[in-house]
Design a protein around this ligand. Structure first.
Ligand code: AMP
Length: 248
């Protein structure tokens, strides 16, 4: 399963990506996190990206494309991944298409978190104010002026990707202004309908428990029936489960 989460800064892409990591065991590839790590480590890429990021502008396409290409070649990403913050420009999207084609892979869905920009600015400004009041460390690009520049960069350089992916038939939109759990529910609904639907790794029955006759007998209540109905809908045979998880 290969997904892109698309939306302006502060739309909740990172939060939703983490939820998908926990639920489906997918790998989150956040270019923002990778670049911040490079800045912290003082690598050549980090030194090149540092000021650009602090100003709220976009790091050059070739730099980001290179780090993503290296990252998706790692063994843990072969099963599938969620791209969070990449691509951010049409040339990046085209580079991603080429990368995936080279490996015979395709995108399963591009999920757009639709948000109201004015509400987003208010939401982020109040988060920054709260963090400042609590004395918590802010990111260098966590300030209202830089945020406005990041939103401008999103509008002019990233928003065209919505049409780009809509034309390819992979765009799905969810209401990013809804409460976090509701957004997560909407995304799960989208994923249930894609061809290569991911399987939850967060089963309601503890994975170690053996389902012997005694255990079934002790679970004849309403809850148990619901569980058994759910498992009839989506059977999880052991052998297929491994094959699917490897296919991603
Ligand atoms: P994020 O954490 O995704 O909001 O990214 C933080 C900053 O990293 C952005 O404001 C950009 O300066 C830079 N960045 C992250 N991803 C990309 C990308 N795909 N293309 C260019 N710059 C990026």
């Amino acid at each position: 399963m290969r997904l892109i989460l698309l939306g302006p800064p502060g739309a909740g892409k990172g939060t939703q990506a983490q939820h998908l990591v926990a639920k489906y065991g997918l790998v989150q590839l956040s270019t923002g996190d990778m670049l911040r790590a490079a800045v912290k480590a003082g690598t050549p890429i980090g030194r090149q990206a540092q000021n650009i990021m602090a100003q709220g502008a976009l790091v050059p396409d070739d730099v980001v494309v290179t780090i993503v290409e290296q990252r998706i070649d790692q063994p843990d990403a072969r099963k599938g991944f969620i791209l969070d913050g990449f691509p951010r420009t049409v040339p990046q999207a085209e580079a991603l298409d080429r990368m995936l084609a080279k490996h015979g892979l395709a995108l399963d869905a591009v999920i757009e978190l639709k948000v109201d920009e004015a509400a987003l600015i208010r939401r982020i400004e109040s988060r920054i104010a709260e963090m400042t009041a609590r004395g918590e460390a802010l990111r260098p690009d966590d300030n209202p002026d830089v945020l406005r520049r990041r939103l401008e960069a999103y509008r002019s350089q990233t928003e065209p990707l919505i049409a780009y992916y809509r034309r390819r038939g992979v765009l799905r939109s969810v209401d990013g202004m809804a409460p976090i759990t509701e957004v997560a529910r909407q995304i799960e609904g989208v994923l249930a309908n894609v061809a290569d639907a991911p399987r939850s790794v967060n089963r309601s029955v503890k994975p170690k428990a053996k389902a012997g006759p005694k255990r079934n007998a002790s679970h004849l209540g309403k809850k148990s029936k619901t569980r058994r109905r759910a498992s009839r809908k989506r059977p999880v045979p052991k052998v297929r489960s491994k094959a699917r998880s490897e296919a991603g």
